[in-house]
Design a protein around this ligand. Structure first.
Ligand SMILES: Cc1cc2nc3c(=O)[nH]c(=O)nc-3n(C[C@H](O)[C@H](O)[C@H](O)COP(=O)(O)O)c2cc1C
Length: 370
């Protein structure tokens, strides 16, 4: 006799930690270039988050928020490094909740890819590396790592105080914790370098310090690369090994991405339209590998997903538990609502990267296409 097949749908809810997300769609963390030069929330940023919340996406990840000043990587980037930033963050969370969505703060340090020109501080990293501006990072001592770990924990405490429903530790895209994971960026010979376990130590210590502060149940997730797309960089099997370690630690969900940093063949946001379902979902194979080995910790899949059809297929095939979108929601903050209401045409985004160019030019993240 054939067993009853229970198939999961994109409009089903999901629980991460103790947070119930109303559907399987997330807005992947997306730097908006809309904070003040000091990293404070602005009315412009709050308006964007309101539109995203009202647009039907169940979970919004904030843009990468720097946990201390020398971690700033982008112009007008959101900060979470000081209690003075709390009122703006709180107002933003309130607006998102009123719009019907949950919000997790993405906690970040730019590592070698932080910017001295922006922060006024030398970038710090597991091993020396040059960022896109040619700035060479200072190597972190074990004491520096312990201090950074506490800075992540303090930022997580601020996230709780501001009303975020959870946090995401940014360990992807060649930023600090992603650099620790990567054999290309991490050349250390101490207990933070070498084996996968050693390279994951910084992330694990940050996770434990964050958990200590936020308590049991509060959703703590992370974002990592499936692959660095660099000769000698992180591979999908290393991603799976790291994810299994994090599952053992009790992490509530892993978002899987890829690429980033000046040495990578691909940015995390590749240009190029994805016209057919087969071209979508850059990290489909890595997701399959993850699911073969990591049995409990939910997988949030990001990267080149553009249609409802593909989103549904990924969930039904058990390749992921949530679908995460960045650029499609820049063009259409109401995309998920549109799909839910029956207009199921693919996202209008053509991955042209004009949105990124607008943010880099200091104009704030926006789709400039007609
Ligand atoms: C303008 C822009 C800013 C981004 N900022 C972040 C960020 O702050 N944190 C992060 O983890 N990823 C960031 N990303 C990467 C996205 O979260 C996502 O992984 C990537 O764009 C692939 O998804 P997509 O094809 O749906 O756009 C950014 C992408 C873009 C286009």
């Amino acid at each position: 006799m054939k067993g009853l097949e229970i198939s999961v749908d994109v409009f089903d809810s999901i629980v991460l930690g103790t947070a119930t997300i109303k559907n399987r769609f997330a807005r992947s963390a997306t730097w908006e270039g809309m904070a003040t030069l000091q990293g404070a929330v602005t009315p412009e940023l709050t308006r964007l988050m309101k539109a995203l919340a009202e647009g039907g996406t169940g979970l919004l990840f904030s843009s990468h928020a720097y946990v201390r000043k020398d971690g700033q990587a982008s112009l007008k980037q959101l900060g979470i490094y000081d209690d003075d930033l709390l009122p703006g963050l709180k107002e933003m969370c309130d607006v998102i909740h009123a719009g019907g969505a949950k919000v997790f703060a993405q906690l970040a340090h730019g590592g070698a890819n932080a910017s001295r020109a922006l922060s006024g501080f030398d970038p710090v990293a597991p091993s020396p590396a040059e960022n896109a501006k040619g700035e060479l990072s200072r190597v972190m001592s074990e004491e520096d790592i312990a201090v950074l770990t506490q800075d992540f924990a303090k930022a997580a405490d601020r996230a709780v105080k501001a009303g975020f429903d959870g946090v995401q530790i940014h360990a992807a895209h060649a930023y600090c914790l992603g650099e620790f994971l990567s054999p290309y960026y991490n050349k250390r010979s101490d207990r933070y370098g070498g084996s996968v376990e050693n390279r994951a130590r910084a992330l694990i210590e940050v996770y434990r310090a964050v958990r200590e502060v936020v308590g049991k149940g509060y959703p703590v997730t992370a974002k990592i690369n499936s692959e660095d797309f660099i000769e000698g960089g992180l591979t999908p099997s290393m991603m799976v090994e790291t994810s299994a370690l994090m599952e053992n630690e009790g992490l509530d969900g892993m978002e899987v991405s890829g690429g980033g940093g000046p040495a990578a063949r691909y940015s995390s946001h590749r240009p190029g339209d994805l016209e057919t379902p087969d071209e979508e979902a850059y990290y489909r194979d890595a997701a399959r590998l993850y699911k073969a080995h990591v049995k409990k910790m939910p997988l949030i899949l990001v990267g080149g997903i553009r249609s409802l059809e593909t989103s549904r297929k990924i969930l039904r095939e058990g390749l992921a538990d949530m679908i995460s979108l960045a650029r499609p929601l820049i063009r259409e903050p109401g995309l998920v609502k549109r799909w839910a209401e029956g207009d199921q045409r693919r996202a209008a985004c053509v991955s042209c990267e004009s949105c990124t160019a607008a943010a880099v030019a200091g104009k704030g993240l926006q789709c400039v296409l007609e």
